[in-house]
Write a protein that binds this ligand. Structure first.
Ligand code: HEC
Length: 95
C-alpha cells in the first residue's frame, strides 16, 4: 500500500516538474503556478491558443469554480495567458 502511494506521488512530482519547464518566464507565471495548478496541471492551459477575451472569460470561470486570485492578479494573469497562449501559440500535441 505504502509503495503504491509513493509511486503515485513520484508521478505527480514528475508531471509538475515537466509542466513547470514548459511555462515561459513572465510576470504571470507565479500566479498561474499558485492559483491555477490547484485543480489541474498547467498542460491544460498551455495547449490553448485563445484570444485575450476568451482567457479573461476562462479565468472568471475558474474563479467561479474556486480559483483564488487577488483582484490585481487577474489582469497580470490574463495578459500573460494572452501573450504566451494566444492565437499564435503552436502547442505541442498533448499525449
Ligand atoms: C477550483 C478548481 C480549479 C482551479 C483553481 C482552476 N481550475 Fe481550470 N478547470 C477546473 C475544472 C474542474 C476544469 C474542467 C472543466 C470542464 O472540463 O468543463 C477546468 C478546466 C480548465 C481549462 C480547460 C477549459 C477547456 O475548455 O478545455 C482551462 C484553460 C483552465 N481550466 C484554466 C485555468 C486557469 C487559467 C486557472 C487559474 C486562474 C484555473 N484553471 C484554475 C477547475 C479549476
Amino acid at each position: 500500500m505504502r509503495a503504491i502511494i509513493a509511486a503515485g506521488l513520484a508521478c505527480v512530482a514528475m508531471a509538475a516538474a515537466r509542466d513547470d519547464a514548459d511555462l515561459p518566464e513572465g510576470p504571470g507565471k507565479a500566479i498561474l503556478e499558485n492559483s491555477c495548478e490547484e485543480c489541474h496541471d498547467a498542460g491544460r492551459i498551455a495547449d490553448k491558443a485563445w484570444a485575450k477575451d476568451k482567457w479573461r472569460e476562462t479565468v472568471q470561470d475558474m474563479i467561479a469554480r474556486g480559483a483564488t486570485l487577488k483582484p490585481g492578479e487577474i489582469d497580470t494573469l490574463v495578459d500573460y495567458l494572452a501573450t504566451y497562449f494566444g492565437p499564435d501559440n503552436k502547442p505541442e500535441p498533448q499525449p
